[in-house]
Design a binder for this molecule. Structure first.
Ligand code: CA
Ligand code: CA
Length: 324
């Protein structure tokens, strides 16, 4: 398992995420033809339609929603690591306030797959989803969707207090695409009536194929507003890949191929530092201009302690009212 437990400096969008990831994999060395469960720290204990596949010598992870369920903890998860990212009062105690993840995805068949739907969420390994991306097949390409949760805003889509956005549509079946998500966890509840000046929202940014396509917030307020018995806040280090809703048995052996994962947590002083890290790198100097180097971004040194890997028991989480 390629997990680094410490990073000396905070680093951002100007460098490939894999260069500072706590966990990264291109699936080299894993066993093809078998579930990812138990390989390289991944878990996927349910009987899902997923396996490591060898595509011309390049190992990738295939997942479809041929088999689905309403569960969480037995779905596929990337490896857990420390420090987790979240608020300082989160469970488990967070040692970082930024979570980042990126990976590639592509059609496993190169053709339309009716009913294909896979969701991806930053998660604590037990189903405390703090954001939500879905990849679906429109019949003419792959679409990427996103749910925000904000009870102070009008509902968009079928789930009360959630706001759905289409982030990309019609992505071609013949090539790999990239998804990147970054979260900054701001101390305190995200939403009103908290004064946003003193308790700013958590920030979620999503990129598809390198382009920033959404800036929103986390689901942190879902839990206290809907599940007072398990209000959070939670801290995370994993991605959940969830196959729920109506099973699509015709997709067995197909679905999506995922590859080139990088997952990172790091600590910065505040949201301004996060925004600076996530800003695109400065454009290269025009030909013929002076050779002055671009300014070096301020780097935030780790200031928070490491945490253990213990995860919450969240068996009591209710699933009502959330996107599936
Ligand atoms: Ca690979
Ligand atoms: Ca917060």
């Amino acid at each position: 398992m390629r997990i680094k437990t410490l990073a000396a400096l905070a680093v951002g969008f100007g460098l490939p995420l894999a260069a500072h990831a706590n966990y990264s994999t291109d699936f080299s060395g894993l066993t093809s033809g078998q579930s990812v469960d138990g390989q390289d720290g991944w878990t996927a204990t349910g009987a899902w339609d997923e396996e490591i596949v060898d595509i011309g010598g390049d190992l990738k992870w295939r997942l479809s929603n041929a088999v689905t369920a309403g569960s969480f903890g037995d779905m596929p998860f990337t490896p857990a690591f420390a420090p987790t990212a979240g608020e300082t009062t989160a469970t488990p105690a967070a040692g970082a306030n930024i979570f980042e993840a990126e990976f590639s995805f592509q059609s496993a068949t190169g053709a339309a797959q009716n009913g294909l739907a896979i969701t991806i969420s930053p998660d604590n390994g037990s189903g405390a989803r703090l954001s939500y991306i879905n990849i679906t097949d429109s019949g003419s390409g792959l679409d990427v969707g996103f749910y925000d949760y904000d009870s102070t805003q009008p509902t968009v889509g079928p789930f009360t207090n959630f706001q759905f956005s289409t982030l990309a549509s019609g992505l071609d079946y013949s090539s790999a695409h990239t998804l990147r998500i970054a979260i900054f966890f701001a101390e305190g509840p995200s939403k009103n009536p908290v004064d946003p000046a003193t308790s700013p929202n958590d920030v979620v940014m999503v990129w598809v194929d390198g382009a920033l396509v959404h800036t929103g917030s986390t689901w942190e307020q879902y839990y206290p507003e809907n599940q007072p018995g398990t209000p959070g806040p939670y801290s995370i280090s994993q991605l959940l890949f969830r196959v729920s809703g109506t099973a699509q048995p015709a997709l067995s052996g197909g679905g999506l191929l995922f590859d080139d994962f990088a997952v990172s947590t790091q600590a910065v002083a505040d949201v301004a530092a996060f925004n600076a890290l996530m800003a695109p790198p400065p454009a290269p100097p025009a030909a013929g201009s002076s050779s002055d180097a671009a300014p070096i971004p301020t780097m935030g040194v780790w200031s928070l302690g490491l945490t253990g890997l213990s995860l919450l028991g969240l068996a009591g989480l209710q699933q009502r009212r959330r996107p599936r």
